[in-house]
Design a protein around this ligand. Structure first.
Ligand code: ADP
Ligand code: MG
Length: 470
């Protein structure tokens, strides 16, 4: 059964994607029309659920009939502390497999002369990677808001240049962690593969260097320098907008690196398709790899981030104060940190303990600028009023078409306009799980593309929600 499914899927999905996302799947058993497939990791599973669930379901139903179903078995977690073997590139020795434990020893050696991976007589360029050592995966808290991007970054750091995530494009609004995550990949590559040449550069700096070199008629030197790099990180590529000559140079560098199996990591404040003033030939290359977004963390994740920062700085604060900050700052993580720092400054300046009163005073400046956070309940009420559907029906298992659509739209709006995790949203609908929420959001997006009446309702509701949040 799985084989014939694959034959169908192969025709639909691009070859690269098929190789990455379908070939590694192993069929395990078929029982009562339930097909169990085994996938290599949690990340893999989430990616399938997000991008291919409709395709998988349709294909399976075609093969097995309407009541066919799919179950996943996740082989092992790809998290930090698994003992999963990691394949890494050892120059001159081809590929060799190490387990995490074995790798500890050679990796702590910083001296390149003693580094067992450097082969004597092999010339290696030394380039300062320009990385901030504090921006690591360890300090980058994981949440629903960044899970896909974080795991993709980890995958790339494990095997730079050797996955289909090339380039890896990280995008998201200001202060949501693009620079931190992009540098975490760089730091992790250096940790795991000490003799890979890593370079972090902002696009502004890249453009300035380019302008200097072109004044001195040294554009070729400029391009050659960048071609020496194994892992190139370019931050904030939106600044390339309308810098035509710099884009030409970047295009040449991109092509060379990509063809030689080198890794590119880019960050942008918007999804690549919305980048204006960037050449189409570059944008099409950005689409070769994986684009992953960063969102504002939900309340629980904000608490975690604050607690981690406090721990790192050796601070202590009453849990109520932490909760108060996390609840009220919902714009971005930089502001979250800013609030914490202001609070500390005020407390030491006035020699006052940090308590809820002080927090309220200090945060006034921050809270004013951030808009209200609309709740799931408020959205549920709005949708029910709009469609004239009783609230209870949203939570029950009713399969009536109008109810199902109202429910799906509500989940979609909750995902778009609140900072709640998929899990939390599901819980507000009579304890549905996160995959149902993902599926609902996808269905709404699909329907909006095909059904203009439906689209109009969703847009009208969207407006209502936005107004309520102002
Ligand atoms: P951007 O580049 O998207 O504007 P930054 O990477 O500069 O954002 O992040 C802003 C601040 O928030 C930094 O101090 C960063 O360390 C912190 N930060 C962002 N994401 C996280 C996270 N997931 N966990 C902990 N700190 C984070
Ligand atoms: Mg940044």
């Amino acid at each position: 059964v799985w084989k014939s499914c694959l034959t169908i899927i192969k025709d639909i999905v691009e070859w690269q994607h098929f190789k990455t996302w379908f070939e590694p799947i192993k069929p395990v058993e078929l029982k009562n029309k339930i097909l169990t497939i085994q996938v290599p990791s949690q990340f893999f599973f989430e990616y399938l659920e997000e991008h291919y669930v409709t395709l998988l379901a349709k294909t399976l139903k075609r093969e097995l009939g309407k009541d066919a179903n799919l179950e996943y078995r996740i082989m092992m977690d790809s998290g930090n502390n698994s003992n999963r073997p990691i394949t890494m590139d050892v120059p001159g020795h081809g590929y060799k497999t190490y387990t995490n434990n074995e790798m500890d020893f050679p990796l702590v050696i910083n001296n390149p002369v003693k580094n067992p991976f450097v082969i004597p007589g092999l010339k290696k360029v030394q380039i300062d990677p320009q990385l901030n050592p504090n921006y690591t995966f360890d300090t980058f808290i994981e949440g629903d808001c960044n899970r896909v991007a974080r795991r993709a970054g980890k995958t790339v750091a494990d095997k730079p240049g050797a996955t289909s995530f090339n380039p890896l494009v990280i995008y998201g609004g200001v202060g949501l962690g693009k620079t931190h995550l992009a540098q975490a990949v760089g730091n992790e590559v250096k940790r795991q593969h000490p003799n890979k040449v890593v370079l972090y550069v902002s696009s502004e700096k890249f453009i300035n260097q380019f302008v200097d070199h072109s004044r001195n008629n040294a554009i070729n030197d400029f391009i050659h320098f960048y071609q020496l790099v194994d892992v190139l990180i370019i931050d904030d590529v939106q600044f390339f907008s309308r810098a035509e000559k710099s884009q030409d140079a970047f295009f040449a560098i991109f092509n060379h690196l990509h063809q030689s199996g080198k890794q590119l990591i880019l960050s942008s404040d918007k999804p690549p398709k919305d980048l204006e003033g960037v050449q189409e030939r570059l944008l099409s290359r950005f689409r070769w790899g994986l684009s992953a977004d960063l969102q504002m963390p939900d309340y629980e994740t904000r608490i975690e981030i604050l607690e981690k920062k406090m721990k790192n700085d050796g601070l202590d604060m009453h849990k109520d104060v932490v909760k108060y900050i996390a609840y009220n700052i919902n714009t971005n993580i930089r502001e979250l940190e800013g609030a914490l720092i202001s609070l500390l400054a005020q407390s030491s300046l006035n020699k006052k303990e940090i308590d809820l009163d002080l927090a309220k005073k200090v945060l006034k400046n921050f809270v004013k600028t951030s808009s209200k956070e609309i709740t799931i309940d408020a959205i549920q009420k709005m949708v029910c009023d709009y469609f004239d559907v009783p609230y209870e029906k949203l939570l029950q298992k009713t399969r009536k078409r109008e109810i199902v659509q109202a429910r799906q739209i509500t989940m979609y709006l909750a995902k778009t306009f609140t900072k709640n995790s998929l899990k939390t949203i599901g819980e507000h609908f009579g304890g549905r799980d996160h995959t149902t929420v993902i599926h609902s959001c996808q269905t709404v997006k699909d329907l909006m593309d095909t059904d203009s009446m439906f689209k109009e309702s969703v847009l009208e509701l969207q407006q209502k929600v936005q107004l309520a949040a102002m």
